[in-house]
Design a binder for this molecule. Structure first.
Ligand code: TRP
Length: 328
């Protein structure tokens, strides 16, 4: 069966956009592939050198993914820093990663602009650590967002280069996996593009009905349709797009009709939308709370995940040592 690995940044809580855009698809994938997921806590040191309780943050992310339906028996989840094996492969890959190519990575250049006082070597070698994450699992598919394409290209480059330098056919090139047919891009509530934490227009999965309803009722709208069957401006289309993800087809058709006949009342639509969002979020929130309250359980999931990952990568690491010429 094809192997899937993906890393999750431990910064920030999951929102509706993450859920429909990615996590729901992880849940789908765990039945189709041999999946593993991990929380990239070491990577986060490249931007947050002195994290405030990083273990806690990792477990919060873990609780949220479990609440969304990741089943650790199908798809083990581990914390990157619990599987030290990756460090060794990171070191080997770094020996054949060149300054020029690392400096040309767009996300590196962006970070240089964002944190000019902390242009650290970890930032520069972010792509080698990510490549090590992937290659040590011999993953076939890596579900990532478009923003990760360059890092994925680097992983493929490092795989090819390893094979060439050591004259082996060892690593295969991992492919980016976009769930184009299923991923739903959830727009923000402020009429400005995508839901994202940096845009401050999110509905978080941990939020209660009241908070969510308030946010939805405050969503930006306009003066209403000016003619029958007219195109929807972006702010209105956004509400319909969210509705498409969370509401029944009947509900969606009902409000579409109201739009087309110029009878729509945004207040009614938002009330319905808030209710349907809450119906999706509330059961997840309840699970998040239950998992968060059970630290021992979260620790045990992480521990088992790490054990499974270590079993899976041990062979790769020892083969790589042997290929380079060290004791296996
Ligand atoms: N760079 C990824 C992101 O920012 C996180 C990540 C780290 C990752 N290692 C990975 C993703 C390995 C996929 C595979 O989202």
């Amino acid at each position: 069966m094809e192997r899937v690995i993906s890393g999750i940044r431990p910064t920030g809580n999951l929102h509706l956009g993450n859920y429909f855009g990615a996590v729901k698809n992880f849940v789908r994938m765990q039945d189709e592939f041999e999946c593993m997921f991990f929380i990239a806590d070491w990577h986060s040191l490249t931007t947050h050198p002195t994290p405030d309780n990083i273990r806690r943050s990792a477990k919060t992310i873990l609780a949220e993914y479990l609440a969304c339906g990741i089943d650790p028996n199908k798809a083990p989840i581990y914390v990157q820093s619990d599987v030290k094996e990756v460090l060794e492969l990171y070191l080997y890959l770094n020996m054949n990663a060149y300054l020029g190519e690392l400096e040309r990575v767009t996300s590196f250049k962006e970070k240089v602009r964002q944190q000019p006082d902390n242009v650290n070597a970890g930032l520069l070698t972010y792509p080698s650590l990510m490549a090590a994450d992937i290659l040590m699992h011999k993953a076939d598919k890596v579900p990532v967002g478009k923003d990760q394409e360059q890092n994925m290209e680097m992983a493929r480059l490092f795989a090819r280069r390893f094979n060439r330098i050591y004259n082996v056919e060892y690593f295969k090139e991992p492919q980016s996996f976009y769930y184009t047919s299923h991923a739903v891009k959830i727009p923000g509530l402020d009429g400005s593009g995508k839901m994202g934490k940096s845009n401050g227009n999110c509905i978080y999965l941990f939020e209660d009905d009241k908070t969510i309803t308030k946010k939805v009722m405050r969503a930006v709208t306009d003066a209403g349709p000016q003619a029958m069957n007219s195109d929807k401006p972006e702010v209105i289309q956004n509400l319909f797009t969210i509705m498409e993800a969370v509401s029944s087809p009947d509900t969606l058709a009902y409000f579409n009709d109201k739009w087309n006949t110029c009878e729509i009342r945004y207040g009614d639509m938002k009330k319905q939308l808030a209710q349907d969002i809450c119906a999706v979020v509330a059961p997840i929130r309840e699970k998040i709370e239950a998992y968060q309250a059970d630290d021992a359980f979260l620790e045990s999931v992480a521990k088992q995940g790490a054990e499974r990952a270590r079993e899976r990568v041990a062979k790769t690491i020892s083969e790589v040592r042997e290929i380079i010429g060290f004791h296996a």
